[in-house]
Design a protein around this ligand. Structure first.
Ligand SMILES: NC(=O)c1ccc[n+]([C@@H]2O[C@H](COP(=O)([O-])OP(=O)(O)OC[C@H]3O[C@@H](n4cnc5c(N)ncnc54)[C@H](O)[C@@H]3O)[C@@H](O)[C@H]2O)c1
Ligand SMILES: [Zn+2]
Ligand SMILES: [Zn+2]
Length: 365
C-alpha cells in the first residue's frame, strides 16, 4: 500500500514528502488513514539524533485518523472507526502486567527501535529499500500508517481529529504527570518549568486538581501569558535571579511538586532547589543520553525526591477518554494550544514550534 510520508533523510535535515510503501498489516495490526498529526518536541530531538532511530526515518507520534483496514485478530476497532494513536508496549513484562505500560521494560526498542519488535520494517522507499519507522508504534507523519491494535484509542465521533492528535503524547504526558504520577492533593503547591505543550497541559491539570499556587516558568512571555489564562497563579521568566527562593517564598517555604519539561540540567537543579521538605520533582524533559545533573545531596535528605515520568504514567485507553471528558466539560481547554498547518508545511510547523510561535503544531493530511 502506498502512502505519502514526511521522510527525514539525514541528521538535522528538513522533512521531505515522499511516496513510501507500507508493509501488509500483521494479524494484530491496523492500517490508519491519518487525518492529523501533532509535532512533539521529541520528534525534533530525534531529527537532531539525540535519540534513535537513524535516518532515513519517518517520525511523528501524535497521529489521529480513521481505521482503514484491520488484521485478522483485531477485535476492538473496525474500519471506519476514528482513533488516536499512542505509544507501544509489550503487554507481557512485569510493568505492563501491573498496568504501567509507560514503564514497559521494552519501551525503548518498541518506540525508538525503527522496526517492529521482530526487527521487520514497516515502511519502504519506492525503490524497495527499508526506511526506519514504527516511531512510537506509528510514524504518523504519513497519510497512512500501520499501528498495533493495542496502541490505538477509539474516539468519540464528535471530537475533531486535529484536537485528538496531540492527546497521544504531549498533552497526555503533561496532564498525566500531574493527575496520574504526582497526584497532588487539593491545595498542593506546584511549579512547572517550561510551558510548551507538556508544561501547559500540566498547568491545566494542576487547575483540575485544585493546586494552589500554580507557578509557571518559561522564557517566552506569550507562553507565560497563556499559562496564566489556563490556571497559573504566578509566572516567572526563567532568567529571573534567585528563582528557587522566589518560588519557595510564594509556596510558603518550598513547593510540594515541581515539573521539569525543559530538558536543561540547570533548570532541573532550580526545580529541586525549590522543593519543600517532602516535595517531589517530576522529570519529563528528554535530555541527550548521558546528560548529568548536580544536586545538593544534603537537601535531598529531607524527604525530597526526584522521579522520572514517561507519557504521564498513562494507560492511554483509560486516560485519553478522561481528558476528552474534561475538555468537553470546559475544564481542560487544550484546544487553545493547537494551530493547524497543511502537511506540505510541516517544516514551517516545526520551525514555529522551535521559535516559540506555536505551542502545538498539528499538520493536516
Ligand atoms: N517524558 C516523556 O514521556 C516525554 C513526552 C513528551 C515530551 N517529552 C519531552 O518534554 C519536553 C517538553 O516537550 P514540549 O513538546 O512541551 O516542548 P516545547 O518545546 O513545546 O516546550 C518546552 C518549553 O520550555 C521552555 N524553556 C526552554 N528552556 C527554558 C529555561 N531555561 N527556562 C524556562 N523555560 C525554558 C521553552 O521556551 C518551551 O516553551 C521535551 O524535552 C520533550 O522531548 C517527554
Ligand atoms: Zn512491557
Ligand atoms: Zn512526544
Amino acid at each position: 500500500m502506498y502512502a505519502t510520508a514526511a521522510v527525514m533523510p539525514g541528521k538535522g535535515s528538513l522533512f521531505e514528502l515522499r511516496e513510501v510503501v507500507l508493509d501488509e498489516p500483521r494479524p494484530d495490526e491496523v492500517v490508519v488513514r491519518v487525518v492529523a498529526s501533532g509535532i512533539c518536541h521529541t520528534d525534533l530531538i530525534v531529527r537532531d539524533q539525540w535519540y534513535p532511530p537513524e535516518p532515513p526515518v519517518v517520525l511523528g507520534h501524535e497521529g489521529a485518523g480513521v481505521v482503514e483496514r484491520v488484521g485478522s485478530d483485531v477485535a476492538s476497532v473496525r474500519p471506519g472507526d476514528r482513533v488516536a494513536m499512542s505509544f507501544a508496549f509489550c503487554r507481557g513484562c512485569r510493568n505492563c502486567l501491573l498496568g504501567r505500560p509507560a514503564y514497559c521494560t521494552d519501551f525503548f526498542p518498541r518506540n525508538f527501535g525503527g522496526r517492529r519488535a521482530d526487527g521487520s520494517a514497516t515502511v519502504r522507499a519506492s525503490d524497495g529499500s527499508e526506511i526506519n519507522a514504527n516511531f512510537f508504534g506509528q510514524s504518523s507523519f504519513s497519510t497512512y500508517v500501520l499501528a498495533a491494535e493495542h496502541t490505538v484509542v477509539p474516539l468519540p465521533n464528535d471530537l475533531p481529529l486535529e484536537l485528538a492528535a496531540p492527546l497521544g503524547c504531549g498533552v497526555q504526558t503533561g496532564a498525566g504527570a500531574v493527575l496520574n504520577s504526582l497526584a497532588p492533593p487539593a491545595g498542593g503547591s506546584i511549579v512547572v518549568f517550561g510551558v510548551g505543550t507538556v508544561g501547559l497541559s500540566a498547568i491545566m491539570a494542576a487547575d483540575v486538581a485544585h493546586c494552589d499556587p500554580v507557578i509557571a516558568v518559561d522564557l517566552v512571555p506569550k507562553r507565560l501569558a497563556l499559562a496564566a489564562e489556563l490556571g497559573a497563579t504566578h509566572t516567572f521568566n526563567g532568567t529571573t535571579g534567585g528563582l528557587a527562593e522566589r518560588i519557595m517564598e510564594i509556596a510558603g517555604g518550598g513547593i510540594d511538586f515541581a515539573v521539569e519539561t525543559t530538558a536543561s540540567p540547570a533548570v532541573l537543579r532550580t526545580a529541586v532547589d525549590s522543593l519543600a521538605f517532602g516535595g517531589t520533582c517530576g522529570v519529563i524533559g528528554a535530555a541527550p543520553i548521558g546528560t548529568e545533573v548536580s544536586l545538593d545531596m544534603s537537601a535531598l535528605l529531607f524527604d525530597r525526591s526526584v522521579r522520572g515520568i514517561v507519557e504521564g504514567g498513562s494507560v492511554p485507553r483509560l486516560f485519553i477518554p478522561r481528558l476528552i471528558d474534561l475538555h468537553r466539560r470546559g475544564r481542560f481547554p487544550f484546544d487553545r494550544l493547537i494551530r493547524t498547518y497543511p502537511f506540505e508545511e510541516i517544516n514551517r510547523a516545526a520551525e514555529d514550534s522551535e521559535k516559540g510561535v506555536t505551542v502545538k503544531p498539528v499538520v493536516l493530511m
